[in-house]
Ligand binder design. Structure first.
Ligand SMILES: Cc1cc2nc3c(=O)[nH]c(=O)nc-3n(C[C@H](O)[C@H](O)[C@H](O)COP(=O)(O)OP(=O)(O)OC[C@H]3O[C@@H](n4cnc5c(N)ncnc54)[C@H](O)[C@@H]3O)c2cc1C
Length: 456
């Protein structure tokens, strides 16, 4: 054990003694799962972590590795948060949330290697585009709309922040091309071009990510399970209230259980923080509330359609469209045992509109888009569909975060600790790599590191 850790343990034991004096009135000391009614039991530990997604699990492992007592409270009955794989639709995982590792060097690889999982490169190269009522192969031969937008963003020399859509007039696009460009942008960035700020977009550099997309062969859910190895994770624990002061925190869950700790790491999605369904007592300081309220809760949903047979051209790997389903791909592309499944990633205002639909309405709407683009009736060939409504999921209420105009620097405020007691992590707190699994992992490690350094 390091000397730094010894001093931490001394602090937490001292605090623990203070708390346990009160607890002893109603209980016996042991592992502090103290009294018979589990709902009313008080449990104490060094650090509580809220959320068992990528950020929470990486933070908890960093602290656990230092010998600290850590309990992770997770609202859902499963691990992983926005990492969630389906193992029934196909003989390989179909990703319902995060699907790719964006590059060969992102920190997610550290976990894949450490936990002996595998990554596979996405080899899809033939991008189709639906434009002028035509399904057109080989996008690379066409105008590269995103590259033009990126160049305009780089050239931007305005002093005032503005929505990215302010750059559109320079690009000389038709209305349909603007819709296409927006639909290329929104699924990746969880916001439309008129919602995302230029400064905030440029702040997220994704430096060091490398090129190419990869999948976790065993599925992101398998990664989440591996990341939780050895941790004390309490599933079905919906945190409702966080009471805190300079000495520590008391966290109450929906079933009435109470947990106490010296420090807390909050990895709640920005959507949940913004909704205010978890209360802080006393309230968070105004600079923190400002960051929570002003950063953008972006919507990204997935629609997955499984067919009896392939209904698309053999070489189609990705399909971009100005229609509301935005961006489609084949999750099993290149697999010998490929099942005819198409996934649509739908973000921004289209994603928000889909969030208001029922399962059946969303599936029918997606099917209608595919029928229009492929020019044939498909309903008789549909085996099943699944609409994953992250925007309406109470434990997410979002796809991922974005930065509206005027919010540069607020991600740093979102990440900043409050009085050395409340620490914050999660994709939205990552200034340079938001909206990604590796950004969330890095933020969890960073919060744990900051806590350890301050706790000397
Ligand atoms: C459709 C979609 C596609 C994506 N695709 C990619 C991709 O290809 N590549 C990529 O890198 N990233 C992708 N992402 C983004 C990535 O999934 C997220 O950035 C990352 O998983 C967020 O991790 P997190 O730990 O910050 O949050 P989360 O994973 O959301 O974890 C937060 C946890 O807090 C829990 N929680 C919520 N409320 C409570 C409560 N009251 N009490 C206790 N627990 C609570 C939640 O259940 C959740 O488990 C995608 C996201 C979506 C939605």
């Amino acid at each position: 054990m390091t000397s730094r850790l010894q001093s931490i343990r001394q602090v937490s034991r001292r605090d623990f003694l203070k708390w346990s004096a009160g607890l002893l009135l109603t209980s016996s000391v042991g592992d502090l799962s103290l009294i018979h009614n589990p709902a009313r039991a008080r449990r104490s530990t060094d650090v509580l972590v809220i959320g068992a997604g990528a950020a929470g699990l990486s933070a908890a492992q960093s602290l656990h590795a230092e010998g600290l007592g850590v309990i992770v409270l997770e609202a859902r009955e499963r691990l992983g948060g926005r990492m969630w794989s389906d193992y029934d639709l196909a003989p390989y995982p179909i990703e319902l949330g995060a699907e790719f590792l964006h590059g060969s060097t992102v920190s997610t690889w550290d976990w894949i290697v450490k936990t002996k999982l595998n990554g596979s490169r996405d080899k899809g190269e033939t991008f189709y585009v639906y434009l002028d009522s035509l399904l057109q192969p080989d996008w690379s031969l066409q105008r590269d709309y995103l590259a033009e937008l990126e160049a305009a963003l780089e050239d931007w020399d305005g002093d005032e922040d503005a929505p990215i859509s302010a750059l559109l007039s320079d690009l000389r696009l038709s209305d349909e091309e603007v819709r296409l460009l927006n639909n290329l942008f929104a699924p990746d960035n969880a916001a439309d071009l008129d919602e995302y700020g230029i400064f905030g977009y440029n702040e997220a550099t994704f430096e060091g990510d490398g090129t190419g997309d990869w999948r976790v062969v065993e599925g992101y859910s398998a990664l989440a399970r591996a990341m939780a190895d050895g941790l004390d994770v309490r599933l079905n624990s919906i945190v409702q209230r966080i009471a805190w002061d300079a000495d520590g925190v008391e966290v109450t869950t929906q079933d009435g259980a109470i947990y106490e700790a010296t420090k807390l790491i909050v990895t709640l999605p920005l959507g949940v923080l913004q909704r205010g369904s978890v209360t802080f007592d006393p309230e968070l300081p105004s600079w923190k509330q400002r960051a929570i309220q002003r950063l953008g809760v972006g919507i990204v949903n997935k629609l997955i359609l499984k067919f009896r047979e392939p209904v698309w051209p053999d070489d189609l790997s990705v399909l971009a469209t100005p229609l509301s389903t935005q961006l489609w791909w084949r999750p099993g592309f290149d697999r010998e045992e490929e099942i005819p499944i198409m996934t649509a990633l739908i973000g921004g205002s289209s994603g928000a509109a889909f969030s208001r639909l029922s399962q059946q309405e969303a599936i029918q709407s997606g099917l209608a888009d595919l029928e229009r683009m492929l020019g044939r009736r498909l309903s008789g060939l549909l085996v099943e569909g699944r609409f994953v409504n992250w925007g309406a999921d109470p434990h997410s209420l979002m796809g991922y975060s974005y930065a509206p105009p005027g919010t540069v620097g607020l991600r740093r405020d979102l990440a900043r600790d409050v009085q050395g007691v409340l620490y914050f992590a999660g994709e939205a707190t990552n200034t340079t790599h938001p909206g990604t699994v590796h950004g969330a992992i890095d933020s969890g490690e960073e919060a744990a590191h900051t806590m350890l350094v301050a706790w000397r």
